[in-house]
Design a protein around this ligand. Structure first.
Ligand code: NAD
Ligand code: UDP
Length: 312
């Protein structure tokens, strides 16, 4: 297949590119490096079936090629980064989604939108099913990400209804693994890097807030299934297990055998209290569920960061 991956140099995007190349696809990657890096594509760039374009997908572009499948992962995803770049984040959900949907319409390609569990905001239903409409502060700081993704979902659904564009909206829950950027600011990269450096782990709030942690290889399998099946959804993709932030810190301290302590910091505004996906729909429609345990995933991620920090 001829596939376009927008956000190819990012954490998830680069693993997706590798998996698509592995199954024999022709892949074009596009990225503006706002949060990704060329280093993530080191392996992909050795393949004759991969080509890369440096471009900001919020701006229209003639890719020359025709595509059968388009993945839209081009958006900052780290809370500290999207709070620092609010307008770029809104544009990634709005203009970029429109540009890529136009391309899908032109080529009659399948469009896969990487949406997020953040569309549920600070959820009042638990676990979160796709039928839940969410609880988002529309003018809060996080709204630049949450509402951008909600708008992206609305636009994808509208293209599907208006033009018959074959599309799949996947709501990704917290995903981790190698190639998270060291300075990304999300919980797994922060805690592992802090533990390996012997620095205190920075827990925000009381640490009782929960997240579900999905290993990146599992998540990429779900994205590829979504592209194959082209069911609009939305479909939750995540690990159906819940951990508090304190439990995450303790697991990482245990696995790294670190003597680091924990320091307490204010909870960021509108930080969701609980998050846990109901993945029944993914099981039914995509025949998908994660198979990597959190500990296995954490160990691989720790090994990656140890190598990055020159500690391996
Ligand atoms: P990431 O920051 O590593 O990757 C995003 C990539 O998109 C980066 O390479 C960045 O440079 C690129 N990008 C951003 N804006 C762009 C633009 N305007 N033009 C071209 N490239 C642009 O983050 P990630 O964790 O790999 O996230 C990938 C996608 O998955 C994002 O859309 C994110 O919202 C979604 N998602 C991720 C998670 C997660 O836990 N990792 C959870 C929910 C949703
Ligand atoms: N968090 C934390 N310390 C950190 C980074 C994050 O306690 O150094 C918390 C954050 O407040 C949130 C959870 O960990 O409750 C997950 O944060 P992350 O930024 O990884 O993703 P989110 O789910 O908020 O998008």
């Amino acid at each position: 297949m001829k596939v376009l991956v927008a956000g190819a140099a990012g954490f998830i995007g680069s693993h997706l590119v590798d998996a698509l190349l592995e199954r024999g696809d022709q892949v074009v990657g596009v990225d503006n490096f706002v949060s990704g890096s060329r280093g993530n594509l080191q392996e992909a760039l050795t393949s004759s079936r991969f080509s890369f374009l440096e471009h900001d997908v919020t701006l229209p572009f003639d890719y020359g090629d025709h595509f059968e499948l388009i993945f839209h992962l081009a958006s900052i995803a780290s809370p500290p980064l999207y709070l620092a770049k609010p307008l770029e984040t809104l544009a990634a959900g709005s203009s970029a989604t429109k540009n890529l949907l136009e391309l899908a319409r032109r080529d009659d390609a399948v469009f896969v939108l990487a949406s997020t569990s953040e569309v549920y905001g600070d959820p009042q239903e638990h676990p979160q099913r796709e039928s839940y409409w969410g609880h988002v502060n529309p003018v809060g700081e996080r709204s630049v990400y949450d509402e951008a993704k909600r708008f992206a979902e609305a636009m994808t659904a509208a293209y599907h209804r208006s033009y018959g564009t074959r599309a799949s909206i996947v709501r990704i829950f917290n995903t981790f693994g190698p190639r998270l950027a060291i300075d990304d600011g999300r919980v797994i990269s922060n805690f592992i890097v802090q533990a390996l450096r012997g620095e205190a782990l920075t827990v925000y709030g009381n640490g009782n807030q929960t997240r579900s942690l999905c290993y990146v290889d599992d998540l990429v399998g779900g994205l590829i299934r979504a592209g194959d099946v082209a069911e609009l959804g939305p479909i939750n993709l995540g690990q159906p297990g819940e951990m508090t932030v304190i439990e995450i810190a303790e697991r990482i301290l245990h696995l790294t055998r670190s003597l680091s302590t924990i320091t307490w910091h204010p909870l960021p505004a509108d930080d969701p209290t609980r998050r846990l996906p109901d993945i029944s729909l993914a099981r039914e429609t995509l025949n998908w569920e994660p198979t990597t345990s959190v500990d296995q995933g954490l160990q691989r991620t720790i090994d990656y960061f140890a190598a990055q920090l020159g500690l391996a």
